[in-house]
Design a protein around this ligand. Sequence first.
Ligand code: ADP
Ligand code: MG
Length: 786
Amino acid sequence: EEPQPQADSTKEGYHERTEMEPVLVTRTEEIEEIRSKLPAVAAEQRIMEIIHHFDVCVVTGETGSGKTTQVPQFLFEAGYCNNKQMIGITQPRRVAAVSMAQRIGEELNGFAKVGYQIRFDRKVDNSTQIKLMTDGVLIREMSTDLLLTKYSCLIIDEAHERSVNTDILIGLLSRIVIYRRQQNNPLKLIIMSATLRVTDFVDNSKLFRITPQVINIDSRQFTVTNHFSRRTNPDYVDEAITKVKRIHNRLPDGGILVFLTGKEEIERVVEALSEPNTRRTTPAVQFSSKNSCLEDEFMDANVDEEVVNDLDDFKSDEQEDDIEEGVDMTQERSSKKLKVLPLYSLLSTEDQMRVFEKCPKNTRLCVVATNVAETSLTIPNIKYVVDCGRSKQKVFENGVQRFSIKYTSKASADQRSGRAGRTGPGHCYRLYSSAVFERDFPQFMDPEILRMPVEGLVLQMKAMGIDKIDNFPFPTEIPNSSLKDAIRTLQCLLALDSEGKITELGNQMSLFPLAPRHAKMLLIGNQNKCLNLIIGLVSAMSVPNLFNYPSSTSDPDNVKEDEDKKESKLPVIQAQADVLQSLAAIAAYSWTPTSDICVSLSLRYKAMRETEELRKQLCRLVAQILAPDGVSTLQKQLSEPLNIPTPTQISTLMQVVAAAYIDQVAIRQHLVHPSEETQKLSVRQVSRTPYETCSGQVVYIHPSTIMKQAPDLIVYESLLVSSTDKVRMRPLTVVSLSQLSLLAKSTPLLTYSKPLGGVYKAKVYEKRGETYQESWVVPRFGFSQW
Ligand code: ADP
Ligand code: MG
């Protein structure tokens, strides 16, 4: 029996309930049947009692207990949309926002208007009553409506993930709730989280003055038996394949869910398992020979080196057969087919949704997923989990990005195994030993705010009028150094003044759903006659992983001589500006927006669709700002298909890029002798030429470059570490010394120009005869001299 409602009227923060007319919803029998089994539905009265009487609460419960799909429906039925206000739900992942909107709409059977909004896609209008969105979208909405008056309730979902945006939202909302109460238009804030790490939000007096109410949904989680491996095999991908085959061949019915770290691994497993009657068709790939440096696809060669260690039991070289251990074998063994589906964020939405399709009779479902399936999406009928115990993590250190595969946390390993116990007792096969688990897995993952650069966030907050960022109630404070870096970058872009106050330019930049540098490009491009091209370029730069050819994903230190160049089929716009290849991509796509063109040009269709979507959105925004009276004309003009730029336009584009990345310049350690200048180099030679950044770090050009020479000065987009520990830069464009000093001194391209101040000096070397001599001085960006 459900415990009685317990909205204690003596507790601090208790309010009398506002009377509301409930909304009657009739659902299909099938849906009612499913709902009746959900723990959240059993707890409806308890949850709603608290929400009615308190402004802030925290709802926790096992993944799959029905928090995300049910709580919005409870609110809707209770009448929280009656005054034309909406119920908003945020998600850290786009996949979840879209699929949950669909599911909630289905369950509500047409009685409510359910929409969603993510950065590149929206299905919302004036009549929307329940809106799912990514946390970033809600933060943007705050810049025009700080008190979020459109919403009667806001659910911040998956708060345990501690994404930067979720953290900021909770900080901001902790104050907004108080204002809304004062204005007699209370906002209900519901923080939802899977694991019980609620102390970060609850016992944090800086965050909530009144301790939030905590409601725990007791779920009927069945027992899951964890089977550790006797030793930790570094090639967990191969091991996962073997394990799935064994489970499928030997164990009773029930879906299999495999956790891996990224697209490449997943596709390898899907391929190996999809072939009928496969034995070991995939070679045991040597990880060190196949690495990738691309954002979503990084595999670190050395990551597992420390894995085989003294803690593991070496005696049992023959790993198995633990597979039948503890499993109820009274059921028929499987003679079924295996339906294998991948699930990761780079997949198209339609493909992602296939995991929810009904599985045909006589077929066992096997989903091979990243940690998307850990808490955001619950795949029905999973009985077996195979967990590699790792996840891909993005780390920034001194401005250098590093993607590496690391052990996940104990908390997330437990989440993963929990996926096997939704519909009955389950089994989790952990591809690591219990000793490694105990010793090497951290209890929890660090919140994202401790790992990411925050300039976008700082600009957004400054634009909202939050000046003292160090006083802001973050669930976890921004590290001092990353706050300093962010302010410095924004000052360099002239978005903040020397005191850290937001400038007019900064305010304008904050209006765009873009990284500050990209917003700046738009604003300075506005002064030149190629705004449509800049919009296209910025859109392409804002979407990661446009290109599909291996050179962009393979290990920079293992590129075969010039081999990769064959695969890029885009025309080279300007051999000194890699960045313009993205423009070439969007230009081609803008004429023929089809998946065929993407295949033939080796572009990623999903990414190109997003780029084009963003381009349209930016055209609208820019037109609204520049020509409030003639929005549609200008918008139409801007969004026409893009032509390849003329030479004059090319040089303007290169300058605009340089201006926005003015603090990210690298200079060649040894300047080229004039006679060497015209010599064509191989990719390998180009990528072996040492450069030095403004802070004196030695870096090399990423071999995905189109450059055939190693120029003196390069503006780069980002730095990343490759498997040999070399720091690689993704080049954007070449700049000339005179351009650079001009940009640095007076930033003449800027709308609000202001001298950058300071004396910039750098040591460089010139080849004189056989020796290199220190000789001349170029701009160097020593911020300490400000
Ligand atoms: P929680 O948020 O507590 O993790 P959810 O509300 O996401 O739980 O899931 C509740 C149930 O709804 C799960 O059993 C899940 O499988 C099911 N479900 C969610 N989305 C879909 C969908 N698109 N199709 C079918 N079932 C779904
Ligand atoms: Mg959920």
